[in-house]
Design a protein around this ligand. Structure first.
Ligand SMILES: Cc1cc2nc3c(=O)[nH]c(=O)nc-3n(C[C@H](O)[C@H](O)[C@H](O)COP(=O)(O)O)c2cc1C
Length: 240
């Protein structure tokens, strides 16, 4: 089999590192998008390159549903209806989060919520406004493209690890094309509705969704900047 010469290139120069780091650093979650379409060809490119993600024994456990137009509008309407009127009747197929949070996760989680609601002028305890804001997830934050990701139910935690690499690739490949994203676990809770609308078999688990489009940089919620721990806080070095 012929080897793609592009993949054999050595990329150790500082210039490439600067570009790749800049693309990674420029990714963040956007929560309001412009009404500007994204071509199917571009989405296909993004998914093609993202599929280069590694996976244990090359199992490639990802399944993607790309939705736009009427399919997206109809799904969003059904999800919003459930979010506002029947939230307690729905439950995710898997636990993304633990039942209770210990430190430091509790504080970090609280901070991102407070910062987002603070920017939006939503006061602590204003449950209605918080619910409305959370509901914007189901509109894919007005992005023209929605992605719904599923995985075979029989697969194990290792394949979920592979899945994360695929998802990150999508977000980075999107950025490299001037596009923005928001990964969204919020969709998992409403997997029954998603299954109905997109004809997804019961042997699939809805992992998450993702908004894809051009961010509205003037929107206040897009001014949210999250912090990260310095390397020394999460790394131990041995013998170097
Ligand atoms: C798998 C996954 C699921 C997420 N689910 C949601 C979600 O449902 N809604 C949302 O607004 N943000 C969601 N986020 C975004 C996180 O809040 C965000 O990544 C985190 O606060 C760090 O901010 P940044 O992405 O801007 O760097 C999710 C992120 C990941 C990786």
């Amino acid at each position: 089999m012929e080897i793609d010469p592009g993949r054999q290139r050595r990329l150790g120069d500082g210039e490439t590192a600067d570009v790749v780091d800049a693309v990674i650093n420029s990714r963040k979650s956007f929560r309001r998008f412009l009404d500007r379409p994204v071509e199917r060809r571009v989405i296909e490119q993004i998914l093609q390159v993202s599929g280069r993600a590694p996976s244990g024994t090359n199992m490639q456990p990802w399944h993607v549903n790309v939705i736009a137009g009427k399919t997206k509008r109809d799904l969003s309407a059904a999800l919003l209806e459930a979010h506002h009127n029947a939230a307690e009747q729905h439950e995710s197929d898997y636990s993304y989060y633990p039942d209770s949070f210990s430190e430091p996760y509790r504080s970090r989680r609280k901070k991102v919520g407070l910062d987002l609601y603070g920017l939006l002028g939503i006061e602590k305890g204003d449950v209605e406004k918080m619910k409305t804001q959370h509901g914007r997830n189901f509109m894919f934050f007005d992005a023209p493209i929605g992605l719904i990701f599923t995985i075979d139910r029989e697969l194990k935690i290792g394949s979920w690890l592979d899945y994360g690499m695929f998802l990150q690739n999508i977000m980075i490949a999107a950025r490299a094309r001037g596009l923005d994203t928001c990964p969204q676990a919020a969709f998992a809770k409403y997997h029954r509705i998603i299954r109905d609308h997109l004809d997804i078999a019961t042997d699939q688990i809805v992992v998450c969704g993702m908004s894809l489009g051009y961010a509205d940089l003037t929107a206040v919620e897009n001014h949210l900047e999250t912090q990260r721990q310095p390397v020394g806080e999460f790394t131990r070095f041995f013998d170097l």
